[in-house]
Design a protein around this ligand. Sequence first.
Ligand SMILES: Nc1ncnc2c1ncn2[C@@H]1O[C@H](COP(=O)(O)OP(=O)(O)OP(=O)(O)O)[C@@H](O)[C@H]1O
Ligand SMILES: [Mg+2]
Length: 238
Amino acid sequence: MRIREESRTNTSVLDPTTGEQTEINERGPAVSPHEIELFHDKLLYLARGAAIVVFAGSLPRGVDADLYAVLVRDLLRADVITVIDTDGEPLRQAVRAEPDIVSPNVLEAEELVGHEFSSEDERSLAVREIASLGAREAIMTLPDGCFAQVLIDGQPRLKRARIEPREPIAKRGSGDAFLAGYLAARYEGRAPDHCLRFGVACGAESTGRFGAGQIEPREARRMMGDVELSTVEPAEVT
Ligand SMILES: Nc1ncnc2c1ncn2[C@@H]1O[C@H](COP(=O)(O)OP(=O)(O)OP(=O)(O)O)[C@@H](O)[C@H]1O
Ligand SMILES: [Mg+2]
């Protein structure tokens, strides 16, 4: 949808000698209440023909922090999978609106839960806690894969997917690559294990490429075999 102001360009500067990455993020446009209203209507209209709606990124400045929450609630009536990938207050409010999937990275999850995680047990507890805030499924991404509480035959199951972390060429956008891969597999009707494997492979594959969130799907499919997947028993985390 067109808005009056220009959309922003975020630039990542990579130093190939040190691998150091510097982010230059523009402030972004102001979006008027009228433009939000038009977006809201357009989204509800388009959602009628959609399978999945992803709300990703920070909100434009000046926009109410409950925007994602409002949109998720409005989409409950449409037959779509709602996905939230954001942080801070918009995330907090959106989780309570009962989205189908929320996919924070560790930092975003720590902020949401209110403390840092220092062990595997704490990480798996955190994922359960995030789901209990309202999301049907919660996936926390980590540099070595993810923790996820997914529904299998309607029952919540805790999964850990692991991949050997590698020296990244460009990490920026790996969370987006993860989510795109995970959802592409969901859209194809794959089982949760397969979706997690493919998401983690896509995230990992993207870190080996210059550019934000670039992936080579064939290579990502090959890397699925490098992903170790296990089910975490609730007894282990209580
Ligand atoms: N160093 C790495 N080696 C291999 N895989 C990685 C590495 N870093 C990230 N990944 C993969 O990418 C996925 C997302 O990682 P992470 O949690 O760091 O994303 P993020 O912080 O949301 O990234 P961004 O916001 O830049 O898109 C992970 O699930 C993991 O599979
Ligand atoms: Mg992210």
